[in-house]
Write a protein that binds this ligand. Structure first.
Ligand code: ADP
Ligand code: MG
Length: 246
């Protein structure tokens, strides 16, 4: 485990939308099993940064490597990297016309070429892990928001990714449902998943993160373990942000 190459290496990445610079020389390494929480004001580039990691967005300068493979316009590289990454969004993006079970078996049968029986076993395994196996035959819209997000996590897990990226996974949920989703994420973290989580759930950041990052204006302003981030942040911007949300 010692001095392994980081799973994710982001080196001086910049990106523009037209003339607007959304990412400004962002550098970040994430080790295997590391949990990084990214917070920061709306519009600071958090979503753009994590979307660049699996190339839902393209960066224009700098380098992104996943397991040493460079994310660039080489389709082979893109596909190799995407095999190892799952991304979760604020909106759950489940297929409404498919049952929960069918939402989960689709990827494994189409992409991973599993038999329906294998895919069903895998799906039930992960539905049990997120404690929702009893809803397998329902349709997404028959479930609560928290249940739907847990299904989305189970669906991501069916692809057995090495890395999971979360973009504000609880911000569309009613308060009473946030905990059930965070508990599933906590469980994943304890299982050793490499995770980057964009969230404003600072309780989660405190307990789960190895490193907490504040982004502002397309830059990483602060990056520190939670003990330091919350009690002795170096940058005034971090103090201001924490005052506003805590
Ligand atoms: P965050 O997730 O921190 O709220 P985003 O990464 O979504 O921030 O967006 C950063 C900035 O980039 C915002 O000002 C947003 O309006 C702008 N932006 C995001 N996506 C696009 C796009 N496709 N075209 C132009 N501007 C965009
Ligand atoms: Mg965002």
């Amino acid at each position: 485990m010692m001095s392994q190459r980081p799973v994710i290496e982001i080196n001086a990445v910049s990106k523009w939308y037209g003339k607007f610079q959304v990412l400004n020389t962002v550098s970040l390494n994430v080790a295997k099993g590391e949990r990084v929480v990214i917070c920061g004001p709306s519009g600071s580039g958090k979503s753009t940064l994590i979307r660049c990691i699996n190339r839902l967005e393209e960066h224009q300068q700098g380098q992104i490597l996943v397991n040493g493979i460079e994310m660039n316009d080489n389709v082979r590289n893109i596909n190799l990297i995407r095999q190892n990454i799952s991304m979760l969004f604020q909106q759950f993006n489940l297929f409404p016309h498919l049952s929960v079970l069918d939402n989960l078996t689709l990827g494994p049968t189409l992409v991973r070429k599993m038999t329906p029986k294998q895919a069903t076993e895998l799906a039930m395994h992960y539905l049990e892990k997120v404690q929702i196996a009893n809803q397998a035959y329902k349709f997404p819209l028959q479930l609560s928001g928290g249940q739907q997000q847990r299904v989305a996590i189970a669906r991501a897990l069916c692809m057995e990714p090495e890395i999971m990226l979360f973009d504000e996974p609880t911000s569309a949920l009613d308060p009473e449902m946030i905990k059930e989703v965070l508990d599933v994420m906590l469980d994943l973290a304890e299982g050793g998943m490499t995770m980057i989580v964009v969230t404003h759930e600072m309780g989660f950041a405190r307990t789960v993160a190895d490193n907490v990052i504040l982004m502002a204006d397309g830059r990483i302003v602060e990056s520190a373990p939670p003990e330091k981030f919350f009690s002795q942040p170096e940058h005034p911007r971090t103090r201001k942000f924490l005052e506003q949300i805590l």
